[in-house]
Design a protein around this ligand. Sequence first.
Ligand SMILES: [Zn+2]
Length: 185
Amino acid sequence: MKDPLHSTGAGLSELRRAVEGVLDELSWSPPCELGTLLDQITRRCGKRISLLPAPLPRDGAGGLVIERVHDLVIVVDQSLPSLLQEHVIMHEAAHVLFGHRGTSVGDLTRDELDELDPDVVRDAQRLVKRDGYSAVEEKVAEIAAALMWSRADRARRSVRPAARSAAVAEANARFAEALLARRPR
Ligand SMILES: [Zn+2]
């Protein structure tokens, strides 16, 4: 039997089942912070995952993964609302979790990343567009991000007040913390 995660002919429900199977291997216990999820993916892929908000081209995907020698940097469009940034990070993290081969943009040093200017990111984005993920990989990442989101949401709701604005404020604060804690070194 072909692995639905890697074959082009897999239907949506088949893909979804396969993705759920992998997500079932991770812990989704409350409060299900983004950092905890990234830690678990780090343990599976062997590389620390750093987060870097930066300006990205408008027509791009909103995020990309840059692979360096010692870590993986998920760059996320800093102009997106924070909840959307979290979704983008889950999408990019899914590419990592499922072992999709992204594009490594040379080996950026810490200094270069600190100064990551729009041109560098534009170059990276161009590479991603040219050598990027396959259509199946994009589909898997999108399904996985949606399922991660709903699992995290369910876990968080189970411990948080129902008041929506408070929950959103908390989610924003948590997200800001995750960004700070995961700055590329
Ligand atoms: Zn993608």
